[in-house]
Every structure is written in C-alpha cells, then in structure tokens.
Write a protein that binds this ligand. Sequence first.
Ligand SMILES: CC(C)(COP(=O)(O)OP(=O)(O)OC[C@H]1O[C@@H](n2cnc3c(N)ncnc32)[C@H](O)[C@@H]1OP(=O)(O)O)[C@@H](O)C(=O)NCCC(=O)NCCS
Length: 149
Amino acid sequence: MEIRPITLDDARTVHALHEEGFPEAKWSYEGVFDLLALGTTFGWGAFSKGTCVGFIVAQVVREEAEILTFLVQEKIRGTGLGQRLYDTIETFLKNRQVLEIFLEVAKDNSVACKFYSKNGFLKISYRKGYYSKSGISAGDAISMKKKTS
Ligand SMILES: CC(C)(COP(=O)(O)OP(=O)(O)OC[C@H]1O[C@@H](n2cnc3c(N)ncnc32)[C@H](O)[C@@H]1OP(=O)(O)O)[C@@H](O)C(=O)NCCC(=O)NCCS
C-alpha cells in the first residue's frame, strides 16, 4: 500500500470510494474532480494496486485549513490507516504554515469524534441540521478546531 498525494488521474477511484463510504452524500464524479482540481485543495490517498482505499482532503486558505472529507475503506478500518493519512496531511499543513485546522463531524459519529479528540481537536460549536442543508441525511454536526503549534 502506498500513501501519496491524490492527482486528478485518481478522481475515478477516489469518487468510487466516496460513493462506497458516503452513499448518502451523492457526490458526482464531476464534483469530486472539480474539488480536487481547485488550487486550494490538497488530498492524500492510500492506494492498493491503483485502487484508492483511503483518502483525506483539506482546503487551505492562508493560515487556516479545513478537512473536507476523510474516509477509510470499511473492511480495513481500525488498522491504523486513518491515523497515517491524518498524520501525513497534518505534517503537510504545518509545512505550509497553517496555524489552525477546522472540521465538521456528525454528532453521532462516535468513531470519528474519538479519532479527532485523540488527535487534539477541541469542540468549538454545534451546528444544528448541518447535514440536511447539503442534501445529506439530516443531522447535527460538531465543529472542531486544532491549533497546529
Ligand atoms: C474515521 C476513520 C477515517 C478512521 O480511520 P481508521 O483507519 O479506522 O482509524 P485508525 O485505525 O487509524 O484509528 C485511529 C484512532 O481512531 C479511533 N478509532 C478508530 N476506530 C475506532 C472504533 N471502531 N471505535 C472507536 N474508536 C476508533 C481510535 O481513537 C483509534 O486510535 P486507537 O487505535 O489508538 O484507539 C474511519 O473510521 C472511517 O472511514 N469512518 C467512516 C467515515 C468517517 O466517519 N469519516 C470522518 C467524517 S468527519
């Protein structure tokens, strides 16, 4: 397995994994391609024989970053890959002088909440109905933040 930056050539396999892991989000292939093509987004993927089995994508605006999407293929969760992907992007963001990392996580996603707490993220606010706004199943989100230094 190889962890490396995601390129536009990976958009198909990244989209396929996104559909598998977040079917309710209904992100189109074009949407994933356009997101990866932005000059402000940076993604890392884990690839096994050319197939994406995990990814993390962040958007950077000056000294702030937001984790936009983060997923590990279900059958290999809990084996440390998520941590490796997160550590890779955090190192990249620190090297770009990012001072704060933000994210939203569904309130009832206890695994991801535990992951982020373990990695030093603190809750900053609740966003009621956050996911219903973007067409995903209705649900509240927790906004979290981490200072990188
Ligand atoms: C969140 C996610 C990316 C973590 O990836 P992963 O490869 O399974 O995580 P790791 O194996 O690296 O585990 C790292 C830490 O996460 C937490 N964690 C992982 N799996 C867990 C589980 N089943 N129960 C509780 N905590 C868990 C633990 O704190 C773990 O550290 P530990 O093993 O020292 O206790 C993965 O669970 C996933 O894809 N979830 C579905 C998509 C999702 O929720 N994405 C985040 C949206 S904001």
